[in-house]
Design a protein around this ligand. Structure first.
Ligand code: IPM
Ligand code: MG
Length: 368
């Protein structure tokens, strides 16, 4: 008996279409082995949607996502649409808009080290030894979604007196929002090594003091899980100094954005970092990296973060852990054999092991 799932593909911009094709290829191949089949719909998000419709998140795209069993997103954005003019649409609005509209408050970003890539990391092998962490980033609140404004300030009050433009963004959280993400982190930690780092800036920010209070209230329900409070600046340092101390790290939206890019360097490349965005309905899976416009269309982008996002989809949306494990093993095998895209190339990588996007996808499929 074959189980069928409908997948909404959002290739987006830049390298997006190239890498999502590899994700789909791997999904179909692993599905064939495990009695799963997939029906695809494809929709516009980001810059391509702005070009076609004038908006980064067209209604049809949201409808297609909502009608699917899971959404696979590649990447959005590019210099073509870069603007600081608040009146102009930006590709990132599509991404933030779909996260908000689908209620995807929990963004899971696993940082794992593939043995073969240990020396592709900018850090010494002994520093990244034992690293296996999960960043749980709050995704629908905080600084990304708070009240903001830009205005002309006649008085220039408090800022040296000169009149000029002024702008603000606000970092706001409700107890409810903090509690549900922290609970998510604790539930996940129970299935891992039972340690949660709650990362905040409670020595300065009121929103962080509320965060810390709520985190401890939640922690009381999990006596088997250790809670460690850590200030975000210290966390940025500890990620480089002693990354193996982390199991689950839960944090505010923007702190999580920044720390997850930093943490990707433990794994050697942002091209290896997958993510799952979960809420109470349909979930979305995407690489943590951007659309890499500089290498778009060249066939050299690393599709592994996209492929590992497919792995997360099988695990979290469809509860198919055997199929997911197969993908993880296949990726590991390909890396063990020494195959590399440019971003994870090592000094000792011979020229004939340096491959492109499609070959990398094909190799993963051949190991399934
Ligand atoms: C990410 C990205 C996005 C974010 C950008 C593209 C809006 O950096 O998914 O981490 O900041 O969330
Ligand atoms: Mg980011």
């Amino acid at each position: 008996m074959t189980t069928n799932y409908s997948i909404c593909l959002l290739p987006g911009d830049g390298i997006g279409p190239e890498i999502i094709a590899e994700g789909r290829k791997v999904l179909d191949a692993v599905g064939a082995k495990h009695g799963l089949s997939f029906t695809y719909s494809e929709a516009l998000l980001g810059g391509c949607a702005i070009d076609a419709t004038g908006t980064a998140l067209p209604d049809e795209t949201l409808a297609a996502a909502q009608a699917s069993d899971a959404v696979l997103l590649a990447a959005v954005g590019g210099p073509k649409w870069d603007t600081t003019d608040p009146a102009k649409p930006r590709p990132e609005q599509g991404l933030l808009g779909i996260r908000k509209a689908l209620g995807l408050y929990a963004n899971l970003r696993p940082v794992r080290i593939f043995k073969a890539l240990a020396d592709a990391s900018a850090l010494k092998p002994e520093v990244i030894d034992g690293v296996d962490m999960l960043i749980v980033r709050e995704l629908t609140g905080g600084l990304y979604f708070g009240r903001r404004e830009r205005f002309y300030d006649e008085e220039g009050c408090g800022a040296g007196g000169a009149a000029g433009q002024r702008a603000y963004d606000t970092l706001e959280y409700s107890e409810y929002e903090i509690e549900r993400i922290v609970r998510h982190a604790f539930d996940t930690a129970r299935k891992r090594s039972c340690r949660v780092h709650s990362i905040d800036k409670a020595n300065v920010l009121e929103s962080s003091r509320l965060w810390r209070e709520v985190a401890h209230r939640v922690a009381a329900d999990y006596p088997d899980v250790e809670i460690v409070d850590m200030l975000v600046d210290n966390a940025a340092m500890q990620l480089i100094n002693n990354p193996a101390q982390f199991d689950v790290a839960v944090t505010e939206n923007m702190f999580g954005d920044i720390l997850s890019d930093e943490a990707s360097m433990l794994a050697g490349s942002l091209g290896m970092l997958a993510s799952a965005s979960l809420g109470d309905g349909v979930a979305l899976y995407e690489p943590s990296h951007g659309s890499a416009p500089d290498i778009a269309g060249k066939g050299i982008a690393n599709p592994l973060a996209q492929i590992l996002s497919v792995e997360m989809m099988l695990r979290y949306s469809f509860d198919k852990s055997e199929a997911a494990d197969d993908i993880a093993r296949a990726v590991e095998a390909v890396l063990d054999e020494g195959w590399r895209t440019g971003d994870i190339k090592q000094v000792e990588t011979p020229a004939d092991k340096l491959i492109g996007t499609v070959q990398m996808g094909d190799l993963v499929v051949s190991h399934l």
